[in-house]
Design a protein around this ligand. Sequence first.
Ligand SMILES: [Zn+2]
Ligand SMILES: [Zn+2]
Length: 219
Amino acid sequence: MTDVHYFTFSPFAENSYILSDESKDCIIIDPGCYTDAERITLKNYISDKGLNPVRLINTHCHIDHVFGNRFISETYNLPLEIHEGEIPVLESLAMVAQMYGIPDVQQSPDPDPDKFIREGDVIEFGNSKLEVLFTPGHSPASVSFYNREDKFLIGGDVLFEGSIGRTDLPGGDYDTLMQSIRDKFMPLPDEVTVYSGHGNPTTIGRERRSNQFILSYSS
Ligand SMILES: [Zn+2]
Ligand SMILES: [Zn+2]
């Protein structure tokens, strides 16, 4: 059974995920820890539970999802794993930080080219398996992670409770995003919990029935 835990970090209120199971291996997805206190919170959770971090992964590389990449990579000696198409987003990090007027942003390590994540890959750790879904539109190469056995989805900023990801940032596109939701998320069972990059968890069924962006999209 895969346990999903998240902390909401930084002025962007970004959800940083730690997935673990009975093996005690864990993976860290989108570490958004920005302050020393947040980095300590994340580290303490891992040590208090006796977890062994084995992978560092980003759903996409917007600034709020990568604040903690360097800290996690250096603390646990882990390479960064992303979709290759997110490299331009990662490379614009310093510029974006300056644009938002955010000081002291730790530069992310470069991703490991031997570990680029692709549609159809299976992310394995401990006894857990996550299927990779390619879900662009909010960013050029967002990926989502589906745990079929425990029925949850780590969806990044693709779909939120009652809303969808913004599409006005570089590489974003509304139709592409809606098609990702329609073609990759909506075929999943109603009971699948969606853990988003911001806000509360929701379910596929709830969004299918009540999300106005989904209900009104026709193309
Ligand atoms: Zn984003
Ligand atoms: Zn975000």
